[in-house]
Design a protein around this ligand. Structure first.
Ligand code: F6R
Length: 240
């Protein structure tokens, strides 16, 4: 596990520069993607590299981590909508190369099995992750098994509170997510965290025991995991 501590503004840029180098080396890079506030500067940096003609996304393949259950991809609250808004609509990715869990699938279990077998077949080169205040990765909440696969999950109250500030009406309590096993099977993992509200969980994840109570702690066992965190998120780490 490698930890890189940077100024807040540099976190997204650093992750984008790693991805850029990998795409230049392998234009058909397979990337696992996340949503959330932390990811916005990262997508901005990638879009700016595309606009400067430094990057070509025409061959990349993406798999997003998660989606809310019962929500259509055209719904502004969906994670698919977020991805279109911040990234996909701004670059030259091919629609057929975008893989997303369907929140409104009629057969959720079957859809999850297909998604997972496609990931196994294609294999993710780099997985980008954020982290919840409770240590979740994707929507693998505390208690999720380290060998869990793609599945329907119940969101915790803290995740609902954090993620649904924008919801005015019906708040989804369930989601579909890639499992911890799907995530840790990626060849490389980059986790981003910024802000003081992530300091405790970053310290527990990096310095604490490996435990399902902090799902991200399993990344201590991944020999190619990199944490890119800002100074506030790193402020409670033991080895500064
Ligand atoms: C969302 C996802 C989540 C977020 C995490 C952090 O696709 O995978 O694990 O990365 O909840 O969200 P922010 O960045 O909003 O704090």
């Amino acid at each position: 596990m490698k930890i890189i501590v940077l100024k807040n503004k540099e976190v997204g840029k650093k992750a984008a520069s790693i991805i850029a180098n990998e795409i230049i080396k392998k234009p058909s890079l397979v990337i696992g993607l996340a949503t959330g506030k932390t990811m916005i500067p990262f997508y901005k940096s990638l879009v700016s590299l595309y606009k400067k003609r430094i990057l070509d996304f025409s061959k990349i393949i993406t798999f997003n981590l998660d989606e809310y259950l019962g929500i259509d991809s055209t719904d502004p609250n969906s994670l698919r909508y977020y991805m279109n808004k911040h990234f996909f609509s701004k670059i030259n990715i091919k629609e057929k190369n975008i893989n997303f869990l369907e929140g409104k699938s009629k057969n959720i279990n079957l859809m999850c099995r297909h998604y997972e077998s496609k990931i196994k077949r294609i294999k993710i080169d780099i997985q980008i992750l954020g982290i919840g205040k409770n240590g979740h990765i994707g929507f693998n909440e505390p208690g999720s098994k380290f060998n869990s696969g793609t599945r329907k999950v119940k969101l915790t109250n803290s995740t609902i509170k954090h993620n649904f500030k924008q919801f005015n009406s019906k708040i989804p309590k369930y989601a579909v997510t890639m499992g911890i096993k799907d995530i840790t099977n990626a060849r490389k993992i980059i986790l981003l965290a910024s802000g003081r509200n992530k300091a405790k969980v970053i310290a527990k994840t990096v310095n604490g025991p490996i435990s399902t109570s902090i799902p991200a702690s399993i990344l201590q066992c991944h020999n190619k995991s990199i944490f890119i965190v800002d100074k506030s998120a790193a402020s409670k780490l033991n080895s500064k």
